[in-house]
Design a protein around this ligand. Structure first.
Ligand code: MN
Ligand code: MN
Length: 465
């Protein structure tokens, strides 16, 4: 029998198509209000609490059927449902990341030149820098003022808000300064400077040299009580302004910022919350883990390379069992399974040559299962074994999930990784699965509504098998 790969839109019934489109509408709304890792986590907690999840801080004991969450520094959320079976037989994780490529403000960002005020930025994650110039940008973040007060700021998302932008050089004059640059340098890191104002202060004071900059600080002080030093204890992110949209005459696709990896974070979270409503408890304890810092290598105390996974797993075991010990934790993790829920690349017909077509994922062909990522000779990959690959294949097939396999481009073409290897490190059987995207890491990433919906169904099937 031949392996068939095909576009699945026409095998969808009218009803399935309707569900997929409705699901997409909710997804777009969630994307629009969750453009930073903090915002995603905050909105996720609201949904989880509505479904009866309790903050673990209020619990000294856990029992079968309990629904709790762990919050790590406002940037990780771990949703847990305690299953019927002994936890040492293993847990089922779905792990996705809620950080996305963007521009962070530098520590001391504000300056003035030619009577225009700018923010200096440091890009976060792998971006094509030129894509971020000459588009509307919104500012999202938090600032901790000198008195310790924490303020949330979001400018550029409401209809009447101003936006910000990085000016690019006009084509008439780019010949010498820009036209011969390599694409990664079309806009250089230090040229990612964001225009934030142009009116000088009207205060008459010869001490004040940078009058436009001063006027911006006056405004920030008036609106938020900020002084310049407060930028030092702030996290501001510039992200593409505006809402996610349907794409195409047939509205079959979604365009929007941050779908890597919020499309997986959203679908794994919604499928998890769906299961929490069901009467039948899962056999195994199930965990939906939303992490940060994947785009810069999973570093830091909120990235998957930290010990947080061991911390919350030991806390769960400790609160379930009488005589907690380290062996219980190690055994639990070694017996566990995980889907590393992250996006893969869907073939772009304009750049076909970077793919091996018979091994590449396509838009509208369903969720993409990726046995290994990495680059070259599988460097940096955790490479799921055939046994676990079989298990996933079997679960997906038995649940009529539309799925396909994919790779990150041709051998030696490039490459990349996910959080899979950090999970596999503990002995957790891990495989990557998530939808394919076009224009990944751009300000306007493209997904298929079918792949989105099938990912939701696939994650649910994994949690439930
Ligand atoms: Mn990703
Ligand atoms: Mn990414």
């Amino acid at each position: 029998m031949l392996l068939k790969k095909e576009n699945k839109w026409n095998s969808y019934s009218k009803e399935e198509k309707k569900w997929a489109y409705e699901f997409s509408d909710y997804y777009k709304i969630f994307l629009d209000k969750s453009k930073t890792e903090r915002e995603f986590i905050k909105n996720a907690i609201v949904l989880a609490e509505k479904k009866g999840f309790e903050n673990i801080e209020n619990r000294s004991k856990l029992d079968v059927g309990d629904k709790v969450y762990y919050l790590n520094r406002e940037k990780n959320l771990v949703l847990v449902i305690i299953g019927k079976e002994d936890i040492e037989k293993g847990v089922k994780f779905i792990v996705s990341h809620v950080d996305s490529p963007r521009l962070d403000l530098k520590q001391n960002p504000l300056y003035e030149d030619l009577e225009l005020a700018f923010f200096k930025t440091n890009y976060y994650g792998g971006i094509k820098k030129y894509q971020w110039a000459a588009i509307p940008l919104a500012l999202h973040g938090i600032v901790i003022l000198a008195n310790g007060e924490k303020k949330e700021i979001c400018i550029g998302e409401n209809e009447n808000d101003p936006v910000f932008t990085i000016p690019d050089i006009l084509p008439h004059l780019s010949r010498k300064i820009q036209d011969d640059r390599k694409s990664r340098d079309v806009i250089k890191g230090e040229e990612l400077r964001v225009l934030v104002g142009s009116i000088p202060t009207n205060i008459e004071n010869i001490e004040i040299k940078e009058k436009v900059k001063y006027a911006i600080l006056e405004k920030l002080n008036y609106e938020y009580g900020m002084v310049e030093e407060d930028f030092l204890s702030a996290e501001f992110e510039l992200v593409p302004a505006g809402k996610a949209k349907d794409i195409g005459f047939d509205r079959s696709m979604i365009g929007g910022y941050g779908q890597d990896d919020r499309i997986c974070a959203y679908t794994s979270m919604i499928s998890f919350l769906d299961i929490s409503k069901e009467e039948n408890l899962p056999n195994k304890t199930i965990v939906c883990y939303l992490v940060d810092k994947e785009e810069i290598g999973s570093t830091g105390s909120t990235g998957l390379e930290s010990n947080y996974l061991e911390y919350f797993m030991s806390d769960i075991i400790y609160k379930l069992k009488e005589n907690y010990n380290d062996y219980m934790l190690k055994k639990t993790l070694w017996n566990s399974e995980a889907i590393s829920a992250d996006v893969n690349v869907a073939m772009d017909p304009i750049y076909k040559s970077v793919h091996d077509e018979s091994n590449a994922a396509k838009l509208g062909y369903g969720i993409v299962v990726t046995k290994y990522t990495g680059h070259g000779g599988k460097y940096g990959a955790s490479d799921a074994d055939a046994e676990f690959m079989y298990k996933i294949r079997d679960i997906f097939n038995k649940n009529n999930i539309v799925w396909q396999t994919g790779t990150l481009g041709k051998v030696d073409e490039g490459g990349g990784g996910t959080v899979a290897k950090f999970l596999a490190h503990f002995g957790i059987k891990t495989i990557d699965a998530g939808p394919g995207l076009l224009s990944m890491h751009s300000p306007f990433e493209v997904s298929s509504k079918l792949d989105l919906f099938e990912s939701f169904k696939a994650y649910k099937a994994f949690y439930k098998y």
